[in-house]
Structures are given as structure tokens and as C-alpha cells.
Design a protein around this ligand. Structure first.
Ligand SMILES: Cc1ncc(COP(=O)(O)O)c(C=O)c1O
Length: 385
């Protein structure tokens, strides 16, 4: 592969080098192939490493000069223009907050805007830390389940009419399904949230990872009413592969959450990390060429996976994700029991176990396709044993 065709080295990853890479993905589970946690195998954009190197070269690791100890970071200041530029949504710059990570924003909102026993709405299967949030914080799960391939909002409304809910954690785009909620579906969600007075936490961490031809619609962009009951969370960490650096943005459309945050002392929810902010600014300012090269590889991989599964694991159900680099595989036809990941682990492939994503995940696994096409092919071949 010439460097010209692969300027960022996305298609030519060496499996032996990956196996020596530090971090949970490749080191914590053993096995010959690591396709579980949502980190990409790709090297990050050179613009990011250059910017971080600049901090190292300047030997400037002290408190940053961002306009005072409680001032919004430069990454936070870029959030509103970036949303306007990419998605036509104009967030309120005065409502943007730095967070340490997305889950912090999710859990802080659940903690402050609901009480133990309150309902929390989640589309199932659900990203497991959301399920943990409900359980660890003693809230009550109000599931949205699929019927005939689509989420059943009539059933949800019937349930809410009986039991109510305080919070809806909306994961758009959706992990693990790769589903992208379009405007009519988001409008239905907004109408239900309004009818039952539910605060929406819109986790849009995967927004930049929509596949070609697919449009991400920020929930708050639906209008003032939707925005006023919503907290949006975003980060460069998934699309630019920076999860270990720890930074996220919260946009506080909700006046109730704004009042909560205004009542908390500064730094109560932490303060941003210099390197994470440096990396995010570089990603959002100079990273889009790299990002579109990544999307090209992911698009190729999600299409190739259909053929790879047909060849090596016929019977596995798979719908190519419309966003994210996560493939949700229905392995029930293989007869591997409720947790097929155990069989694949025994064959040397680490995948995310379907049941972690709720009971709907039984018989399923989540496969991370953010790697070179050749590594993906070898991974699927190894899954077949
Ligand atoms: C939907 C979703 N939200 C949040 C996170 C975690 O984000 P953070 O590390 O910023 O808490 C992930 C990580 O994979 C995710 O997929």
C-alpha cells in the first residue's frame, strides 16, 4: 500500500505491533485479536500529536492561561462553532461546560435531576455504563424495545402513562446498534419527553462517526422546547481516538440543570486536562481530513463484514451500522448460548459480550471494526475457529 493511498497509515496496521500496544484494548483481555472496547486501532491524526508535542517541547505543564481558574477551556469555546459548522445547530456559548468525560455529565445529571426510584428511559440494547448508572444510582429502568426492527414508542408511552420517568438517556448515534435517529424519530422522542415531563440527556459522542450519506441531527437542534429540557454531551474522544485523555463538553439547554450547576462550587465536577484540551482543539481545527480518511475505512469495513460473515460465520445476523465503528452481531443461529463471546474468547478473539447490553443482548456480540481491513478479515476468520 503506497503512502499516497494511505497517508495516515490506517490500512496498513501490523497485527504484531497492535499486540504490543499499551492500553486496555490490547493488554487486558489476552487473546490474539482485540475487537471489544470502543477504541480504534488507528494512529491519531498527526495534527493532534504535533500539538501535544508542542506542549511537551514548551515544557509548560502548569496551570493553563485560559482566562481564570473557572473559565471555559479553548476546546469548550470551539464546541458551539463546531456544532454550527457541522450540524447547523447553534448551541448557546454561555451554556457550554467542560467535563472530564461524557459519563460524568450523564451521571451528574441523573444524580441531580432525578431521585432514587425514578424511571430512566433507555433504548435497549443499551451501552452498559448507562445500565450500570440506572442500577448503581437506584433508578428504575424504563426500556424502549424494538418490535419488527423499529423501536416501539407506543409501548413506551403506555408504560410511561402508568409509571412515569424523570430522565431519558438518548444515545444518538446509538451504541451498540449503530442506529442514527432521524428527525421524525427525534421529534417523536421530544413529544414523549414533553408529554411526560422528562429531561433528556443526549449523548452524541459518536456524532462525527456517521457513514457517508447519513446525517446526524443534534437533539437540541429540534427547537427551543426540546433544548430547554435537554443536556447534550459530546467529545472528540470517539471520533479522534482520544478516550484516555479525558475531556468532554456539556451543553446545558435545561434551565433546571443550569441552576444545579450554578449552585455547585467551581471544580466540584473537576477541571479540564491540558493535554486533552490541546488534543481536542487540534482535532476540531485540523483533524477533518484524517477523520474523513477514517470514515472511508470504516465504511469499507462495515460493507466487507457482510461478506466476511457469510464466508466464515454463515447465519450470523448483521445490519451494517449507519454510524459508529461498532457492529452488533446476532449469533443466535450459531447455537453458542446466551453469551457467544465466551466461545470467541476461547478462539482468541476478545469481543464485547451481548448480555452486558441488557437481556436483549443475549446471543449477541459487539465487534469493533475500527482497524485495518486485513486485521478485520483475520479477526472474523479467527472467530470461526
Ligand atoms: C455512547 C457512549 N457514551 C459515552 C462513552 C464514554 O465516554 P467517556 O469516556 O467520555 O465517559 C462511550 C464510550 O464508548 C460511548 O460509546
Amino acid at each position: 500500500m503506497s503512502q499516497l493511498a494511505d497517508p495516515f497509515g490506517l490500512r496498513s496496521l501490523d497485527i504484531e505491533v497492535l499486540r504490543t500496544r499499551d492500553g486496555a484494548k490490547w493488554q487486558s483481555r489476552g487473546g490474539r485479536y482485540a475487537a471489544w472496547v470502543a477504541d480504534m486501532d488507528f494512529p491519531v491524526a498527526p495534527a493532534i500529536t504535533d500539538a501535544m508535542q508542542g506542549v511537551i517541547d514548551g515544557n509548560a505543564f502548569g496551570y493553563p492561561d485560559w482566562g481564570g481558574p473557572y473559565a471555559l477551556s479553548p476546546a469548550g469555546r470551539l464546541f458551539a462553532p463546531r456544532m454550527a459548522d457541522r450540524y447547523g445547530w447553534e448551541p448557546r456559548p454561555d451554556r457550554v461546560r467542560d467535563m472530564v468525560d461524557v459519563l460524568q455529565g450523564v451521571r451528574a445529571t441523573v444524580f441531580h435531576l432525578s431521585n432514587p426510584g425514578d424511571g430512566v428511559v433507555l433504548h435497549l440494547p443499551a451501552y452498559h455504563p448507562f445500565l450500570d448508572t440506572v442500577e448503581l444510582m437506584n433508578r428504575r429502568l424504563v426500556p424502549v424495545v424494538r418490535a419488527g426492527g423499529a423501536f416501539d414508542y407506543d409501548a413506551l408511552e403506555a408504560e410511561l402513562a402508568g409509571s412515569g420517568a424523570s430522565i431519558w438517556i438518548l444515545c444518538n448515534p446509538h451504541n451498540p446498534l449503530g442506529h442514527v435517529f432521524d428527525r421524525p424519530e427525534l421529534e417523536r422522542i421530544a413529544a414523549i419527553a414533553e408529554r411526560f415531563d422528562i429531561t433528556v440527556i443526549s449523548d452524541e459522542i459518536h456524532a462525527d462517526l456517521t457513514m457517508p450519506g447519513v446525517t446526524h441531527v443534534p437533539f437540541e437542534s429540534l427547537g427551543d422546547e426540546a433544548s430547554a429540557r435537554t443536556v447534550t454531551l459530546a467529545s472528540a474522544s470517539k471520533a479522534f481516538n482520544l478516550a484516555g485523555l479525558r475531556w468532554a463538553a456539556m451543553h446545558v439547554g435545561s434551565d433546571r440543570m443550569q441552576a444545579v450547576l450554578a449552585g455547585l462550587p467551581g471544580h466540584y465536577l473537576g477541571a479540564p486536562n491540558l493535554m486533552a484540551v490541546t488534543a481536542t482543539v487540534a482535532a476540531w481545527t485540523h483533524g477533518d481530513q484524517w477523520l474523513s480518511a477514517v470514515i472511508d475505512v470504516l465504511d469499507e469495513n462495515r460493507r466487507a463484514l457482510t461478506g466476511l460473515l457469510a464466508e466464515h460465520l454463515p447465519g450470523v445476523g448483521y445490519e451494517p451500522p449507519r454510524a459508529t465503528y461498532l457492529a452488533w452481531l446476532d449469533c443466535t443461529a450459531l447455537g453458542l448460548g446466551p453469551d457467544p463471546s465466551q466461545t470467541f474468547t476461547a478462539r482468541g478473539v476478545a469481543l464485547s459480550a451481548g448480555p452486558e447490553f441488557g437481556p436483549q443482548g443475549e446471543g449477541h456480540v459487539r465487534l469493533n471494526i475500527a482497524t485495518s481491513p486485513s486485521v478485520l478479515a483475520a479477526t472474523v476468520s479467527a472467530m470461526a475457529g
